[in-house]
Design a protein around this ligand. Structure first.
Ligand SMILES: Nc1nc2c(ncn2[C@@H]2O[C@H](COP(=O)(O)OP(=O)(O)OP(=O)(O)O)[C@@H](O)[C@H]2O)c(=O)[nH]1
Ligand SMILES: [Mg+2]
Length: 331
């Protein structure tokens, strides 16, 4: 997926995008999936069209709308401060001009986090470790990633590193079967690091391109479980000192600001290289993507917009902003 913008200086130091980005044909447009976030921000249209002048109460209403969409205090404050500055400097003079300015500021917030995950095929395998709290969508995302990489012509193997529940292994195996991908697993109660070590050995011997490792859900406060992740990394490094090549934290957008909190806490506990934000299809709280971008400054690699294998999209900042807050010519 890629986007093309005709950019023009908005006059307040941020480049405004004035064109709809181009998405892959045959894919449900992102705006259809992000409908609830879009409708929570759509309040801005009527508000800014109706308003006759820019005054404090108008700015406060914009602020409230952004907070309701779960942008969080920090991202909202930063954005509102920049709008106020542009108004004070006379760069924005009408309420209508605020809309593209808000859109440009939203884009500026998330653009630094657009960094597609590229599989380094020099690494055989390229190892991806999935981490996160319970139920955020780790295993489902692995299934979707497996499908994506197969479609790109890469060979894939999965490691059932969530050894806490038999059902977790079954769930991963089922994704493996659906995609014709081998799954390395051991009987109940096995050690997560041992399973992943085995899988890495096997993937190396078979010259597999991508090994994706599942892990059990955990809270950053569960010290022994965080140590288990350190052990997983240590054990991998006995086979390949550069592994894991990507450690992805999965967060559920539906949990709003909790997702931000989890990301901050995991980021302090283990070195993360990127984020996946799931369940954006089911929530009006898609604004948390902006909060994550502004407070965490980590690449957002993918977004999950549904339960099926096709419902994982690389994070494209332009497409995302247009999906949640289209400018006039997009509507
Ligand atoms: N609507 C929607 N549902 C999702 C998405 N991603 C995952 N899910 C659903 O979320 C639920 C939990 O997903 P799992 O993949 O089992 O989550 P997990 O993080 O592996 O959970 P644990 O292994 O228990 O920690 C499942 O019902 C998934 O179908 C998404 O992007 N959109
Ligand atoms: Mg799981």
């Amino acid at each position: 997926m890629f986007s093309i913008f005709r950019r023009k200086k908005s006059g307040h130091g941020v480049e405004a995008q004035t064109r709809r980005p181009i998405e892959d044909s045959g894919v449900d447009p992102l705006e259809n999936r992000l409908g609830r976030t879009r409708s929570s921000l759509s309040h801005l249209f009527g508000l800014l069209q109706r308003a006759e002048a820019i005054d404090e109460s108008l700015i406060e209403e914009i602020e409230t709308t952004l907070l309701m969409a779960d942008l969080g205090v920090s991202a909202t404050t930063a954005l509102i401060d920049r709008l106020r500055l542009a108004v004070d400097q006379g760069l924005i003079t009408t309420p209508q001009a605020l809309l593209p300015a808000v859109q440009a500021e939203l884009y500026a917030l998330i653009e630094p986090c657009e960094a597609f995950l590229t599989v380094d095929t020099e690494k055989k395998p390229f190892v991806i470790l999935m981490v996160g709290v319970n139920g955020v969508g780790k295993t489902t995302t692995i299934g979707k990633l497996a499908r994506r990489y197969l479609d790109e012509g890469l060979s894939v193997m999965l490691a059932a590193g969530d050894t806490f529940r038999a059902a977790a292994v079954e769930q991963l195996k089922s994704w493996g079967e659906q995609n014709g991908v081998p799954v390395v697993a051991q009987d109940g109660g096995a050690d997560s690091a041992a399973v992943i070590f085995d899988a890495l050995h096997s993937a190396t011997a078979r010259e597999v391109d991508v090994l994706i490792c599942d892990t059990a859900g955990r809270l950053h406060t569960q010290g022994h479980l965080m140590k288990e992740l350190e052990k997983v990394a240590r054990v991998m490094q006995k086979v390949d000192p550069s592994a894991p090549h990507e450690t992805l934290l999965v967060v559920d957008a539906g949990t709003g600001q909790n997702a931000l909190q989890q990301a901050k806490e995991f980021n302090q506990a283990i070195p993360l290289s990127g984020l996946v934000v799931t369940k954006l299809d089911g929530t009006a709280r898609g604004g948390v993507v902006f909060a994550l971008a502004s407070e965490l400054e980590k690449p957002i690699r993918f977004i999950g917009v549904g339960e099926s294998a096709k419902d994982l999209r690389p994070f494209d900042a332009g497409t995302f902003v247009h999906a949640v807050l289209p400018v006039a010519e997009d509507q």
